[in-house]
Design a protein around this ligand. Structure first.
Ligand code: NDP
Length: 247
């Protein structure tokens, strides 16, 4: 898949799935801007790796919950990229607890990053994509946005929200040749899941038909496909990368 000449923004590209996505896009020729919140060193390391593929790469400090940060990130992208062809809304957090014990601020923070962040970043690029009459927006949802999960009411609600958002925006911008899709990863081996106990991990694997955790690259490969011309007739879809977890 040839993404040479294409320009991409990947939120949360400093670590985990976002980093794998940024590297996959760069490896296939795209120029990529990633954001980070506090982890500058990690974001700069991602940039160095991307540059080894002879593409332009940038790291920008941006909290996706802050409208001004997002506007500034897009301004920097526009200064460096003639077009914005690909937006990957990947930044996300968890604050797990049973509903009875869930603090209001934990509900709010998760919604702010996982759902409001997707809204702010998409809104910031959509006018440009509409003018270009082209664009690929890929939102990272989650298997639990489809199935729900005890202890993750906030996270599951935010990821289900991303699914509704994806389908609605896909309908709004389809005539402008913009494809909007979401990916629902299952259990992927990153910092986010590293905090789970061995007991929980062993229990989870029993529910994965392929009997293994996914790797960030498993998600990145699908993002590459959805960023490429091979996916031009696909929009408004939620595609699982979960080893069969949601079957
Ligand atoms: P990680 O915790 O490994 O990385 C999260 C990334 O998001 C980091 O780059 C972090 O930046 C960034 N980030 C967090 N908060 C903000 C914010 N407010 N503004 C901007 N960037 C922010 O997560 P994963 O790689 O595991 O997850 C990536 C996405 O995939 C998330 O949306 C997650 O919900 C989703 N997902 C993950 C699954 C898994 O099993 N891992 C399963 C299903 C979905 P910094 O480095 O600066 O902190």
């Amino acid at each position: 898949m040839d993404l040479r000449g294409k320009n991409a923004i990947v939120t949360g590209g400093s670590r985990g799935i976002g980093k794998a996505i940024a590297l996959e896009l760069a490896k296939n020729g795209a120029n990529v801007l990633v954001n980070y919140t506090s982890n500058k060193a990690a974001a700069e390391a991602t940039v160095k790796e991307m540059e080894s593929y002879n593409v332009k790469a940038y790291a920008v400090q941006c909290n996706v919950t802050k409208s001004d940060d997002v506007k500034n990130m897009i301004k920097i992208a526009e200064e460096n990229f003639e077009t914005i062809d690909i937006l990957v809304n990947n930044a996300g957090i968890t604050k797990d607890n049973l509903l009875l014990r869930m603090k209001e601020e934990d509900w709010q923070q998760v919604m702010e990053v996982n759902l409001n962040g997707v809204f702010l970043c998409t809104k910031a690029v959509i006018r440009k994509m509409m003018k270009q009459k082209s664009g690929k927006i890929i939102n990272i949802s989650s298997v639990v946005g489809i199935t729900g999960n005890a202890g993750q009411a906030n996270y599951s609600a935010s990821k289900a929200g991303v699914i509704g958002f994806t389908k609605s925006v896909a309908k709004e911008v389809a005539t402008k040749n913009i494809n909007v899709n979401a990916i629902a990863p299952g259990f992927i081996d990153t910092d986010m899941t590293a905090v789970l106990s061995e007991d929980i991990k062993n229990e989870l694997i029993e529910n994965i038909p392929l009997r293994r955790y996914g790797q960030p690259e498993d998600v990145a490969k699908l993002v590459l496909f959805l960023s490429s011309d091979f996916s031009n007739y696909i929009t408004g879809q939620i595609i699982s990368v979960d080893g069969g977890m949601a079957i």
